[in-house]
Design a protein around this ligand. Structure first.
Ligand SMILES: Cc1cc2nc3c(=O)[nH]c(=O)nc-3n(C[C@H](O)[C@H](O)[C@H](O)COP(=O)(O)OP(=O)(O)OC[C@H]3O[C@@H](n4cnc5c(N)ncnc54)[C@H](O)[C@@H]3O)c2cc1C
Length: 293
């Protein structure tokens, strides 16, 4: 099987769309730090900044605060909306507020309720949220959805997960952002399989820069992303040597981004964890390598 057959035209690093994801800080100090990080990242001229939204509305006010903060800075913003634990009424209110504020892009997700929380709300899966957004607001929003090159941990099978992805696109999503991964082949095979099902929407790789191995291992466990053995072993061998972990992480992630763009990935979405440093370094390296003869 030729895995990369459907993503063979390279994307120019300079014209590739990049976007940056933040989570809403819980403290005034965190909000200030995020403003400083955002100012640095804005210099890279991203297509948009997105802001996560805790399942069940747990970060609702903080998310709104960051979203409108970004808007005041006249920067493009894409709020996430998660639907698990939500009602149609609360979701409608959010959409109305965003529409009134002139926001044109939304990242629509199911979310995961913390275990033990009983009320799943009025939506079961993200495709129902996409349908609802389209019904409520027509074509106003560009809708992004999530997808999973290494498969969502709760999916019954890869095929079921792909069909679930297709339902979100069929419900009206315009494009997708992947869960983070470090295995290029997983992305290539996923795009190939999606195209085979007739999904033509752009599938933008989600990129997680690596600053701390223990943190990364926790995230990867929680969301079902694989840290390849060769990489994990190298990080483990570095122990507390944070400088070496950072240096290796930068090389590996920059190399992955180059490979993805060379294979035609339409852009890169960075999970910044509210930090500017690693993401800026990766984007700067990518752009400067492009200029090399
Ligand atoms: C780019 C990105 C951003 C994210 N941002 C946030 C955020 O801001 N807030 C947050 O809480 N979480 C966020 N997440 C995490 C996400 O909410 C979780 O991964 C969640 O478990 C799945 O969300 P989803 O929208 O992909 O769900 P869905 O597409 O609904 O899929 C969830 C699971 O259900 C399965 N499924 C779908 N439809 C059906 C069906 N009809 N019958 C049976 N099974 C079905 C799927 O295969 C999958 O296993 C983000 C994830 C990504 C990739």
């Amino acid at each position: 099987m030729v895995r990369t057959k459907r993503i063979t035209t390279g994307t120019d690093v300079v014209t590739a769309n990049i976007s940056f994801e933040f989570f809403p800080p819980q403290t005034a100090e965190g909000v200030e730090k995020l403003r400083a990080a955002r100012a640095k990242l804005a210099a890279l001229e991203p297509e948009f900044f997105s802001v996560t939204y805790g399942a069940g509305g747990s970060t609702r006010e903080h998310t709104l605060e960051v979203v409108f903060d970004i808007q005041r800075e006249v920067l493009p913003v894409a709020p996430h909306i998660s639907c698990i634990g939500a009602t149609r009424e609360t979701t409608r209110e959010l959409l109305t507020r965003y529409q009134a504020a002139g926001i044109r892009r939304i990242v629509a997700l199911r979310g995961d309720l913390p275990s033990g929380t009983a009320d799943a709300g009025e939506f079961r899966y993200a495709n129902e949220l996409v349908e609802f957004i389209r019904r409520e607001s027509g074509d106003w929003f560009h809708i992004e959805v999530g997808c999973y090159p290494e498969w969502h941990p709760q999916a019954k099978s890869p095929k079921d997960d792909l069909l679930a992805f297709k339902r979100k696109i069929d419900a009206g999503a315009n494009s997708a952002i992947t869960q983070f991964f470090y295995n290029f082949d997983a992305y290539a095979a996923f795009v190939d399989a999606a195209r085979g099902l007739g999904i033509e929407a752009p599938i933008v790789p989600g990129i997680m820069p690596i600053g701390s191995f223990s943190k990364l291992a926790r995230f990867a466990d929680a969301c079902g992303a694989e840290i390849p053995r060769w990489l994990r072993r190298q990080f483990e061998a570095y122990g507390d040597d944070t400088a070496s972990i950072r240096a290796l992480g930068l090389d590996v992630v920059t190399g992955l981004c180059e490979q993805l763009l060379a294979a035609g990935a339409p852009g890169l979405h960075f999970y910044t964890l509210n930090q500017a440093g690693l993401t800026t370094e990766i984007v700067t390296r990518l752009r400067s390598r492009q200029d090399e003869p």
